[in-house]
Design a protein around this ligand. Structure first.
Ligand SMILES: NC(=O)c1ccc[n+]([C@@H]2O[C@H](COP(=O)([O-])OP(=O)(O)OC[C@H]3O[C@@H](n4cnc5c(N)ncnc54)[C@H](O)[C@@H]3O)[C@@H](O)[C@H]2O)c1
Length: 435
């Protein structure tokens, strides 16, 4: 992947840049086999890139398979999880995949369990780590990986509070200096239809963007219940979606995908302020922790553009995941890959590879080519937009980007151990203070 292609992953590219980057993406495999491999210093001495998985849940297991499928000279070398049963079932599932099983070499002594498992995976001789735990731990895991000179695949969201976002910004700057790849799990940036349509918007297909509306309205998600022997910490970590300190709340954990697409349209220039409303109307029982179940946020940009952002997790209501971009000449619907400007109607009809595969293909191609992708800036800013949305909904205040990014609110528990963890009261707009 060339420099321009790597830049396009920041979403700053014009349509011309997009076309160049997409052809680089399509030939990712050719890059691997056709070019003399410009090995990064961190992979020198062996053609095999050893991969370590940190967080062996649903997404981590998928990412491990995609990493192995993306590059024939990879091996899954070590795995770490807070819980042994999660690691064991992930390894079992991966080993049942005939396409990759020969490259799964996770000996017992390279299976690590507990809060420090991430350090042990990082120190196990790997070249690339996949960071796929619940979001709370990402800033610390990313920092440790970069300090140890590892290339990273980093799931979204990348933090749950502003100190975490600031840490991620520092770590990804450091990654640049060290020539390390950081590829974000904000997967739509690796989806050819979205690249095409957003590239066209950047080239003026809808005129000047005036307003955007992004919706992530879904039903409810899983809950793993509570076993009597589980401590509060174990219970919360196994049901991390519902605790703001672990997930960031659902608008950060899930809706970040929608916010990220809007941010991409805006060339990743952050909004200047936001106002929002939200609450907890249906998911009110203790089992749902302390998150909200609906939020609506209006983000304002310096150039006057407004982003209207809606998300809801409620059973029995209309579901809608869509992104609408309105401009002076027309409109675009990102999830459908459509643009309409007067009589001109366009629909993306090109290739639709699995975007989760593409992000790993481009990650490994960039490492092989010695031109590591760094998605640090946008993954941190889009995560911060989610956190900002939560802050305005929880407090009921209009807050600026600078206030939110500089917030001192740190959601970490006082210690990481298998004991009691109090659940903060559900936020009440007008009473909950901004910190
Ligand atoms: N890009 C996408 O489309 C997409 C889709 C699903 C999930 N995700 C993201 O991936 C991440 C994981 O989601 P999931 O659905 O796989 O959840 P999951 O609960 O299935 O998996 C998380 C795993 O991390 C482990 N874990 C938690 N804290 C840990 C720690 N400190 N050290 C080691 N292991 C730890 C858990 O025990 C669990 O096995 C989340 O950030 C989520 O938002 C992204």
């Amino acid at each position: 992947m060339n420099e321009r292609a790597a830049q396009s992953n920041y979403g700053h590219a014009s349509r011309r840049d997009f076309l160049k980057s997409s052809s680089a993406a399509v030939v990712g495999g050719a890059l691997l086999s056709g070019l003399s491999i410009g090995r990064s210093v961190h992979a020198a001495g062996s053609d095999t890139l050893k991969v370590g998985l940190i967080g062996c849940g649903g997404r981590g297991s998928g990412a491990a398979a995609q990493a192995l499928n993306a590059d024939p000279n990879t091996v899954l070398w070590s795995m770490g999880d807070a819980f042994e049963d999660r690691l064991t079932s992930s390894l079992k599932n991966l080993s049942a995949d005939g396409g990759i099983v020969k490259r799964i070499d996770v000996a017992k002594e390279r299976q690590f369990v507990g809060f420090d498992a991430y350090k042990q995976v990082i120190d196990s001789g790997v070249d690339v780590v996949l960071l796929t735990t619940s979001p709370h731990f990402r800033p610390a895991h990313l920092k440790a990986a970069i300090e140890a000179n590892k290339h990273v695949f980093c799931e979204k969201p990348v933090a749950v509070d502003a100190p975490g976002v600031r840490s991620v910004l520092e770590s990804t700057e450091e990654a640049k200096k060290r020539g390390l790849a950081v590829v974000s799990g904000l997967c739509y940036r690796y989806d050819p239809p979205k690249r095409d349509v957003i590239g066209r918007i950047h080239d003026g297909a809808v005129g000047d963007v005036i307003a955007m509306q992004v919706n992530y309205n879904t039903g409810t998600l899983w809950h793993h219940g509570r076993k009597p022997e589980w401590s509060d910490m174990e219970y919360q970590m196994r049901n991390w979606l519902y605790f703001t300190w672990l997930s960031g709340d659902f608008n950060v954990e899930q809706h970040v995908h929608s916010l990220d697409k809007a941010a991409w349209v805006m060339h990743d220039v952050p909004p200047i302020k936001a106002t929002g409303l939200g609450g907890r109307q249906v998911r009110t029982e203790e089992q749902w922790g302390n998150i909200f179940d609906h939020m609506a946020v209006m983000y304002e940009y310096e150039n006057g553009v407004r982003l209207y952002s809606y998300c809801r997790q409620m059973a029995g209501c209309a579901s809608d995941t869509s992104d609408h971009i309105l401009g002076t000449k027309g409109k675009a619907e990102l999830m459908r890959g459509e643009i309409e400007a007067g009589a001109d109607k366009y629909r993306y009809r090109g290739p639709k590879p699995n975007m989760y595969d593409v992000e790993h293909q481009e990650l490994f191609a960039s490492i092989r080519a010695g031109q590591p992708i760094n998605n640090g800036l946008y993954m941190a800013r889009s995560t911060m937009m989610g956190i900002m949305g939560r802050m305005v909904c929880y407090t009921g205040q209009t807050l600026t980007w600078d206030q939110c990014l500089n917030s001192s609110e740190n959601l970490s528990p006082s210690k990481y151990e298998w004991g009691s963890v109090a659940v903060p009261a559900v936020a009440k707009p007008g009473l909950t203070q901004f910190a």
